[in-house]
Design a protein. Structure first.
Length: 177
């Protein structure tokens, strides 16, 4: 069962570049559908792992990486496709935070303080808001609904602020004696 769950997570990772390529080719409906499939895999792998008590170290590592890969690929694609400096600018902060937190987790692991970088509720909320925002952009592009693009821009600003704040929280926790 653990192998199946990890395969589901790996499928989410593999969907990221496919969605990016389709996004660059203006296949917005297919992108949106695949993005929601990726969201289902995120739910499904966690659900199955808990239901069958099949949680694994590999799964714990792969799941957040899969989310980050999906988010980074699509945010980059959105910034290019929408020709949006705002999306590119905010995405840069999100990507930088993810790299910074990965470095903090590595540092924490090497110094036996990994408990300081365990995933918080706000960090999980951050991921949900990022994914919701991306879904909002994709729906807006699928249906040529420009007002929703503006709403999505506002959501991305909020997601970026929460993202940076959670990175700050991790940095403070790691730096405490």
């Amino acid at each position: 069962m653990t192998n199946l769950i990890n395969l589901i997570t790996i499928i989410r990772i593999m969907l990221a570049p496919v969605i990016l390529l389709l996004l660059m080719n203006a296949s917005y409906l297919i992108c949106t559908l695949l993005f929601f499939v990726a969201g289902l895999t995120d739910y499904l792998d966690g659900y199955l792992a808990r239901k069958y008590n099949a949680e694994s170290q590999l799964g714990e590592i792969l799941d957040p990486i899969a989310d980050k890969i999906l988010i980074v690929f699509i945010l980059l694609g959105l910034s290019v496709t929408l020709d949006s400096y705002l999306v590119a600018f905010l995405s840069s902060f999100i990507i930088a935070r993810e790299i910074g937190v990965a470095a903090l987790r590595d540092y924490s692991s090497r110094n036996n303080i990994s408990d300081r970088t365990t995933v918080t509720f706000l960090a999980k909320t951050k991921t949900a808001i990022q994914l919701f925002t991306i879904g909002s952009y994709l729906l807006a592009m699928t249906f040529s609904f420009n007002l929703l693009i503006i709403v999505s821009d506002i959501l991305l600003i909020i997601a970026t602020l929460i993202t940076l704040y959670t990175g700050y929280q991790y940095a403070i926790k790691v730096s405490q004696k």
